[in-house]
Design a protein around this ligand. Structure first.
Ligand SMILES: C[S@@+](CC[C@H](N)C(=O)[O-])C[C@H]1O[C@@H](n2cnc3c(N)ncnc32)[C@H](O)[C@@H]1O
Length: 223
């Protein structure tokens, strides 16, 4: 179990936190939480402001393959795969790797990368539709914090159930270290129900029996 930055190759995303905060309302939050067209491909106030394939996950996929020593014929699951871009890129950088994804969003799955379409299905992170020990590796990036604390616990336990070796797992979740980071996060966040300090997350990992690697998505204050 270690803190590891598997997303280090992703370009940094520009966030206009003031603009997001001023546009936030109960209605905007309710729309974002549907994880539909508005969240992925609508205006930035509802979420991504356009979630399109641009190859940015290719180097991340390479790092994941190296980190877990993945080989052709092995199976990996992306929990919260959205449009399946990482699933597609994992199979591209490691031909023969069997990559799969689940997501709660009908919209994302209906607009997924065609190369991944047959490997994606609709499911919730806290009830994975796979038998025990189905995968050689499992990851979940910026997804499980959309469940409440008990849902996060179930999702982490589910990840451990469907992976063969508990250390072949990675989860990235929203976190804050200081009250300033918490405030910044609350100004930005639309969908997360559970955001904790790293120590609180580590305690939740222990509660859930999660023994994989992890990292935090933290919005940092300038200066
Ligand atoms: C911030 S996006 C992250 C998507 C992708 N992992 C990435 O990093 O680009 C959050 C994703 O979690 C999905 N999601 C939200 N609640 C979920 C749940 N209970 N089970 C599975 N996926 C969920 C959303 O549909 C969305 O695709």
């Amino acid at each position: 179990m270690a803190e590891v930055d598997l997303l280090r190759a992703l370009p940094k995303v520009a966030r206009n936190i003031r603009q997001r905060e001023s546009g936030k309302s109960d209605e905007v939050i309710a729309i974002a939480k549907q994880f539909g067209e508005d969240y992925f491909d609508g205006a930035r106030e509802y979420g991504y402001g356009g979630y399109r394939y641009d190859g940015r996950w290719v180097p991340v996929a390479r790092d994941i393959v190296a980190h877990f020593s993945l080989k052709p014929g092995m199976r990996i699951l992306d929990v919260g795969c959205a449009k399946g871009f990482l699933v597609k890129d994992l199979m591209q950088v490691c031909p023969g790797l069997e990559a799969f994804g689940i997501d709660i969003s009908d919209y994302a799955l209906a607009h997924c990368a065609p190369e991944a379409a047959e490997r994606l299905q609709r499911a919730s992170a806290d009830a994975l539709p796979f038998p025990d020990g189905s995968f050689d590796a499992i990851l979940s990036i910026n997804t499980i914090h959309n469940l409440d604390r008990e849902g996060c616990r179930r999702a982490l336990t589910e990840m451990m159930r469907v992976v063969r070796q508990p250390e072949k797992a990675f989860v990235q979740v929203d976190a804050f270290r200081t009250s300033a980071e918490k405030k910044l996060f609350e100004s930005w966040c639309l969908t997360a129900l559970t955001y904790l300090t790293p120590d609180e997350w580590v305690a939740l990992f222990a509660e859930a029996g999660y023994r994989g690697d992890y990292n935090w998505t933290i919005l940092e204050t300038a200066g």
